[in-house]
Design a protein around this ligand. Structure first.
Ligand SMILES: Cc1cc2nc3c(=O)[nH]c(=O)nc-3n(C[C@H](O)[C@H](O)[C@H](O)COP(=O)(O)O)c2cc1C
Ligand SMILES: Nc1ncnc2c1ncn2[C@@H]1O[C@H](COP(=O)(O)OP(=O)(O)O)[C@@H](O)[C@H]1O
Length: 322
């Protein structure tokens, strides 16, 4: 997959392409559907498939201070998009000026002049241009005058309507919905919508050096500034490192360590069957299940007994690194 930053990176003599546009945070099952459709269409037409995305998140530029929680860091997003067979990922720096482009100008400059779109694939609820004034109907109208087709991919929702909480309405998979699932610690719902576990990435930093004394050294993960951190609680997760063998089973604690009257919120992972130094390493946690709420214990013995139980459950849940 080629990676372009900005429209200036489009090579001279670029042919036609099939394009899809979006923030694609999470690359969830709905996104996957749209991207697969884009790739399939491009292959049919014998042209390149291009995913256009934005950095930073448009919300932060349009309303500073409103950056939503990030489900996938840019490098991870690119990796997931590449795995879907896309030819080009074009990341447009989302500036205040760019945000003010009227919908028509956006279509002309990006889709027609730069990418020579033969077809544009979008979800039914796609909005674009200044104040999100453009919709699929406008895009289709512009397509007729500029010479590209517009294909709306159907939106994907939960198979079981009752996942929505009994309301009867099927839950539409969206980044906003998945952020809410993660924020509530609903790992099962997040996994269903993403089509894979939610991943948190970060660097291992020093904590209070207490873990070792408890018999459970924990890698304290410092997530990215806007990362979507699951609700306080204890989780079973796969811990991935850059070096070393495959992913490690981990019992993860997220919270302020109330037993020790801690104040800082921390993400700590005890890796099972592991003894090594992780300080300064970039690691990731793929959350598989929520085990329980964070509790305040009277002393360390009941805490240790509880962590023993968490570790046993983690071992049972995470059968075999595939
Ligand atoms: C699986 C697991 C579950 C934990 N559950 C709790 C808990 O319920 N309450 C709590 O106060 N601390 C809990 N802890 C956090 C410990 O208090 C923490 O690991 C210890 O304070 C070490 O901190 P340090 O890494 O900063 O040295 C848990 C830790 C692990 C690994
Ligand atoms: N099984 C393990 N799981 C997690 N970290 C481990 C493990 N074994 C050794 N370590 C190392 O020990 C460190 C954690 O020790 P700990 O006493 O909890 O200190 P800290 O308070 O700095 O987290 C980790 O950052 C890692 O480098």
């Amino acid at each position: 997959m080629q990676r372009w930053r900005g429209l200036g990176a489009v090579p001279g003599g670029w042919g036609r392409s099939v394009v899809t546009i979006g923030v694609f945070d999470g690359v969830h099952r709905g996104h996957q559907e749209i991207i697969r459709h884009t790739v399939a269409r491009a292959r049919e037409l014998g042209v390149a498939s291009v995913v256009v995305t934005f950095d930073p998140h448009p919300a932060e530029v349009v309303r500073p201070g409103s950056h939503p929680a990030v489900l996938t860091e840019p490098a991870r997003k690119a990796e997931l998009i590449e795995a879907l067979g896309v030819d080009v990922l074009c990341v447009i720096p989302f500036t205040a000026d760019f945000s003010r482009l009227p919908a028509e100008t956006f279509v002309h400059d990006v889709l027609v002049e730069s990418l020579h779109a033969a077809a544009v694939v979008v979800g039914e609820n796609f909005r674009f241009g200044h104040r999100a004034a453009g919709d699929v109907a406008l895009l289709a109208r512009l397509g007729r005058s500029f010479g590209f087709t517009v294909e709306g991919a159907p939106l994907v929702s939960a198979d079981k309507p009752d996942l929505a909480g009994g309301g009867g309405e099927p839950t539409l998979f969206s980044s906003t919905y998945i952020r809410a699932c993660v924020d509530a610690g609903d790992i099962a719902a997040a996994t269903a919508a993403l089509g894979r576990p939610h991943r948190l990435e970060g660097v291992v930093v020093r904590g209070d050096q207490r873990g070792r004394e408890l018999g459970f050294p924990t890698a304290n993960l410092l997530p990215g500034r806007y990362a979507a951190v699951p609700a306080d609680g204890v989780y079973a997760a796969w811990l991935g490192t850059r070096h070393g063998a495959g992913p490690l089973r981990a019992a993860v604690s997220i919270g302020t360590n109330p037993t020790f009257s801690g104040r800082e919120r921390r993400v700590e992972a005890y890796a099972l069957d592991f003894d090594g130094d992780l300080y300064g390493e970039r690691v990731c946690l793929d959350f598989v299940a929520r085990l329980r709420d964070t509790l305040r214990f009277d002393g360390i013995d009941p805490l240790i007994a509880q962590i023993d139980d968490d570790v046993a459950r983690t071992r049972a849940l995470l059968a075999d690194p595939a």
